[in-house]
Design a protein around this ligand. Structure first.
Ligand code: ATP
Ligand code: MG
Length: 221
Protein backbone atom coordinates (compact mmCIF):
# COMPACT_ATOMS: atom_id res chain seq x y z
CA UNK A 1 0.00 0.00 0.00
CA UNK A 2 2.81 2.42 0.84
CA UNK A 3 5.80 2.28 -1.43
CA UNK A 4 8.82 4.50 -0.82
CA UNK A 5 11.76 3.98 -3.15
CA UNK A 6 14.93 5.93 -3.78
CA UNK A 7 13.48 8.73 -1.72
CA UNK A 8 15.56 11.85 -1.19
CA UNK A 9 14.26 14.51 1.19
CA UNK A 10 15.55 18.02 1.76
CA UNK A 11 15.04 20.89 4.17
CA UNK A 12 16.33 23.85 2.19
CA UNK A 13 19.83 22.78 1.14
CA UNK A 14 20.13 20.06 3.77
CA UNK A 15 19.91 16.65 2.19
CA UNK A 16 18.30 14.47 4.89
CA UNK A 17 17.02 11.25 3.26
CA UNK A 18 19.39 9.60 0.81
CA UNK A 19 17.57 7.05 -1.30
CA UNK A 20 15.41 5.65 1.50
CA UNK A 21 13.37 2.53 0.68
CA UNK A 22 10.52 1.17 2.72
CA UNK A 23 7.21 -0.45 2.01
CA UNK A 24 4.16 -1.18 4.11
CA UNK A 25 1.54 -3.69 3.02
CA UNK A 26 -2.17 -3.43 3.82
CA UNK A 27 -2.75 -4.20 7.49
CA UNK A 28 0.98 -4.62 8.18
CA UNK A 29 2.52 -3.01 11.27
CA UNK A 30 6.01 -1.68 10.72
CA UNK A 31 8.55 -0.01 13.03
CA UNK A 32 11.02 2.62 11.92
CA UNK A 33 13.93 2.78 14.34
CA UNK A 34 17.15 4.77 14.42
CA UNK A 35 19.22 7.28 16.31
CA UNK A 36 18.11 10.83 17.02
CA UNK A 37 18.40 12.83 13.85
CA UNK A 38 18.54 9.76 11.57
CA UNK A 39 15.62 10.98 9.47
CA UNK A 40 12.66 9.01 10.84
CA UNK A 41 10.33 11.97 11.32
CA UNK A 42 11.46 13.36 7.98
CA UNK A 43 10.29 10.16 6.33
CA UNK A 44 6.86 10.29 7.99
CA UNK A 45 6.50 13.97 7.08
CA UNK A 46 7.50 13.19 3.50
CA UNK A 47 4.68 10.66 3.31
CA UNK A 48 2.22 13.35 4.46
CA UNK A 49 3.72 16.25 2.47
CA UNK A 50 4.24 17.99 5.81
CA UNK A 51 7.54 19.85 5.44
CA UNK A 52 10.42 18.36 3.50
CA UNK A 53 10.88 18.63 -0.25
CA UNK A 54 11.15 15.18 -1.78
CA UNK A 55 12.37 13.40 -4.88
CA UNK A 56 11.90 9.74 -5.72
CA UNK A 57 9.12 7.20 -5.67
CA UNK A 58 6.31 7.78 -3.20
CA UNK A 59 3.13 5.80 -3.84
CA UNK A 60 0.08 5.00 -1.80
CA UNK A 61 -2.39 2.38 -3.00
CA UNK A 62 -0.66 2.56 -6.35
CA UNK A 63 -1.14 6.33 -6.70
CA UNK A 64 1.79 8.69 -7.08
CA UNK A 65 1.73 11.12 -4.14
CA UNK A 66 3.84 13.87 -5.70
CA UNK A 67 1.88 17.10 -5.72
CA UNK A 68 -0.97 15.65 -3.65
CA UNK A 69 -1.72 18.07 -0.76
CA UNK A 70 -1.80 16.86 2.84
CA UNK A 71 -5.60 17.04 3.27
CA UNK A 72 -6.04 14.94 0.15
CA UNK A 73 -3.59 12.36 1.52
CA UNK A 74 -5.72 12.26 4.67
CA UNK A 75 -8.78 11.50 2.56
CA UNK A 76 -6.87 8.75 0.83
CA UNK A 77 -6.46 7.05 4.22
CA UNK A 78 -3.20 8.39 5.66
CA UNK A 79 -3.18 9.78 9.18
CA UNK A 80 -0.13 11.18 11.00
CA UNK A 81 0.38 11.92 14.68
CA UNK A 82 3.40 14.22 14.43
CA UNK A 83 5.96 14.96 17.15
CA UNK A 84 4.25 18.28 17.88
CA UNK A 85 0.67 17.41 18.59
CA UNK A 86 -2.06 20.02 18.32
CA UNK A 87 -4.74 19.87 20.96
CA UNK A 88 -7.41 22.56 21.02
CA UNK A 89 -8.17 23.55 24.59
CA UNK A 90 -11.32 25.55 23.78
CA UNK A 91 -12.84 22.29 22.54
CA UNK A 92 -13.97 19.21 24.43
CA UNK A 93 -12.24 15.87 24.26
CA UNK A 94 -15.09 14.60 22.09
CA UNK A 95 -14.69 17.53 19.70
CA UNK A 96 -10.93 17.15 19.56
CA UNK A 97 -11.44 13.54 18.52
CA UNK A 98 -14.29 14.28 16.13
CA UNK A 99 -12.16 16.78 14.21
CA UNK A 100 -10.39 13.85 12.67
CA UNK A 101 -13.50 12.47 11.05
CA UNK A 102 -13.41 14.63 7.97
CA UNK A 103 -10.72 12.24 6.88
CA UNK A 104 -12.85 9.16 7.41
CA UNK A 105 -13.93 7.33 4.36
CA UNK A 106 -17.56 6.23 4.30
CA UNK A 107 -16.49 2.88 2.89
CA UNK A 108 -14.38 2.06 5.92
CA UNK A 109 -15.97 0.71 9.11
CA UNK A 110 -15.81 2.86 12.24
CA UNK A 111 -12.97 1.95 14.55
CA UNK A 112 -13.93 2.25 18.22
CA UNK A 113 -12.26 5.11 20.05
CA UNK A 114 -9.37 3.71 22.00
CA UNK A 115 -10.10 2.48 25.53
CA UNK A 116 -7.28 4.60 26.72
CA UNK A 117 -9.13 7.80 25.97
CA UNK A 118 -12.51 6.58 27.19
CA UNK A 119 -11.75 7.60 30.74
CA UNK A 120 -11.36 11.28 29.86
CA UNK A 121 -14.44 13.40 30.61
CA UNK A 122 -15.63 13.80 27.05
CA UNK A 123 -17.92 16.80 27.08
CA UNK A 124 -16.40 19.73 29.00
CA UNK A 125 -14.08 22.08 27.13
CA UNK A 126 -10.54 21.20 28.12
CA UNK A 127 -9.74 24.68 29.38
CA UNK A 128 -12.62 24.54 31.87
CA UNK A 129 -11.86 21.06 33.03
CA UNK A 130 -8.08 21.23 33.19
CA UNK A 131 -7.42 24.97 33.33
CA UNK A 132 -6.25 24.72 29.73
CA UNK A 133 -3.47 22.35 30.57
CA UNK A 134 -3.42 18.71 29.76
CA UNK A 135 -0.25 16.92 30.76
CA UNK A 136 2.11 16.04 27.92
CA UNK A 137 1.04 12.43 28.21
CA UNK A 138 -2.67 13.29 28.13
CA UNK A 139 -2.16 15.39 25.01
CA UNK A 140 -0.37 12.48 23.45
CA UNK A 141 -3.16 10.05 24.22
CA UNK A 142 -5.70 12.43 22.79
CA UNK A 143 -3.70 12.96 19.61
CA UNK A 144 -3.39 9.20 19.08
CA UNK A 145 -7.10 8.68 19.74
CA UNK A 146 -7.92 11.40 17.22
CA UNK A 147 -5.73 9.86 14.55
CA UNK A 148 -7.35 6.48 15.13
CA UNK A 149 -10.82 8.03 14.94
CA UNK A 150 -10.10 9.18 11.38
CA UNK A 151 -10.29 5.51 10.31
CA UNK A 152 -7.04 5.63 8.41
CA UNK A 153 -5.88 2.69 6.36
CA UNK A 154 -2.30 3.63 7.29
CA UNK A 155 -1.59 5.22 10.65
CA UNK A 156 1.72 7.06 11.00
CA UNK A 157 2.78 7.49 14.62
CA UNK A 158 5.81 9.60 15.52
CA UNK A 159 7.10 8.72 19.00
CA UNK A 160 3.67 8.16 20.58
CA UNK A 161 5.09 6.94 23.89
CA UNK A 162 7.33 9.91 24.55
CA UNK A 163 6.87 11.01 28.15
CA UNK A 164 4.19 8.43 28.95
CA UNK A 165 4.07 6.52 32.23
CA UNK A 166 5.07 2.84 31.73
CA UNK A 167 1.61 1.54 32.59
CA UNK A 168 0.07 3.80 29.95
CA UNK A 169 2.66 2.67 27.41
CA UNK A 170 1.42 -0.85 27.96
CA UNK A 171 -2.21 0.20 27.55
CA UNK A 172 -1.37 2.17 24.45
CA UNK A 173 0.38 -0.83 22.91
CA UNK A 174 -2.73 -2.93 23.51
CA UNK A 175 -4.98 -0.22 22.06
CA UNK A 176 -2.84 0.32 19.00
CA UNK A 177 -2.61 -3.39 18.20
CA UNK A 178 -6.31 -3.93 18.77
CA UNK A 179 -7.39 -0.92 16.73
CA UNK A 180 -5.11 -1.83 13.87
CA UNK A 181 -6.16 -5.47 13.89
CA UNK A 182 -9.90 -4.82 14.13
CA UNK A 183 -9.90 -2.09 11.50
CA UNK A 184 -7.25 -3.71 9.26
CA UNK A 185 -5.20 -0.54 9.74
CA UNK A 186 -1.54 -0.61 8.73
CA UNK A 187 0.95 1.12 11.02
CA UNK A 188 4.23 2.89 10.44
CA UNK A 189 5.68 3.67 13.85
CA UNK A 190 8.74 5.78 14.72
CA UNK A 191 9.69 4.80 18.20
CA UNK A 192 12.62 4.88 20.64
CA UNK A 193 11.01 2.45 23.06
CA UNK A 194 12.04 -0.94 21.67
CA UNK A 195 9.65 -2.83 23.94
CA UNK A 196 6.71 -0.83 22.57
CA UNK A 197 7.89 -1.13 18.98
CA UNK A 198 8.31 -4.89 19.32
CA UNK A 199 4.89 -5.24 20.91
CA UNK A 200 3.14 -3.17 18.22
CA UNK A 201 4.81 -4.23 14.99
CA UNK A 202 5.77 -7.24 12.91
CA UNK A 203 8.51 -5.81 10.74
CA UNK A 204 11.41 -3.41 11.34
CA UNK A 205 13.39 -0.89 9.39
CA UNK A 206 16.42 0.85 10.85
CA UNK A 207 17.40 4.15 9.34
CA UNK A 208 20.81 5.78 9.80
CA UNK A 209 21.81 9.18 8.42
CA UNK A 210 19.06 9.08 5.84
CA UNK A 211 19.58 5.50 4.63
CA UNK A 212 17.84 2.26 5.50
CA UNK A 213 20.55 0.05 7.03
CA UNK A 214 18.40 -2.89 8.18
CA UNK A 215 15.09 -4.42 7.33
CA UNK A 216 13.61 -7.65 8.59
CA UNK A 217 11.33 -9.20 11.17
CA UNK A 218 12.01 -8.97 14.90
CA UNK A 219 13.64 -12.41 15.01
CA UNK A 220 16.43 -11.09 12.83
CA UNK A 221 16.71 -7.70 14.51
P1 ATP B 1 14.48 11.92 16.58
O1 ATP B 1 14.65 10.49 16.98
O2 ATP B 1 15.32 12.82 17.42
O3 ATP B 1 13.06 12.37 16.49
P2 ATP B 1 14.57 11.73 13.68
O4 ATP B 1 15.18 10.45 13.21
O5 ATP B 1 13.10 11.81 13.69
O6 ATP B 1 15.17 12.06 15.13
P3 ATP B 1 14.47 13.99 11.90
O7 ATP B 1 13.58 14.84 12.72
O8 ATP B 1 13.92 13.35 10.70
O9 ATP B 1 15.21 12.89 12.80
O10 ATP B 1 15.70 14.89 11.50
C1 ATP B 1 16.67 14.46 10.56
C2 ATP B 1 17.62 15.61 10.27
O11 ATP B 1 16.90 16.67 9.67
C3 ATP B 1 18.29 16.21 11.50
O12 ATP B 1 19.63 16.43 11.20
C4 ATP B 1 17.57 17.51 11.72
O13 ATP B 1 18.44 18.47 12.23
C5 ATP B 1 17.11 17.89 10.34
N1 ATP B 1 15.83 18.62 10.37
C6 ATP B 1 14.68 18.17 10.91
N2 ATP B 1 13.67 19.06 10.75
C7 ATP B 1 14.22 20.11 10.09
C8 ATP B 1 13.71 21.37 9.62
N3 ATP B 1 12.42 21.71 9.79
N4 ATP B 1 14.57 22.20 8.99
C9 ATP B 1 15.86 21.85 8.79
N5 ATP B 1 16.40 20.69 9.21
C10 ATP B 1 15.60 19.82 9.86
MG1 MG C 1 11.73 12.24 15.12
Amino acid sequence: MLEVRELDAFYGDSHILLGAQISVKAGQRVALLGRNGAGKSTLLKSVMNAGPRVRGILRFDGKDLHGVPTHQRTRMGLSLVPEDRRIFTHLTVAENIAMARYGASPTRPAVPVADIIARFPMLAPLQQRYGGQLSGGQQQLLAVARAMAANPSLLLLDEPTEGLAPIIVEEMARDVVRTCTEGNVALLLCEQNIWFARRCTQYVYVIDTGRVVFEGDWEHF
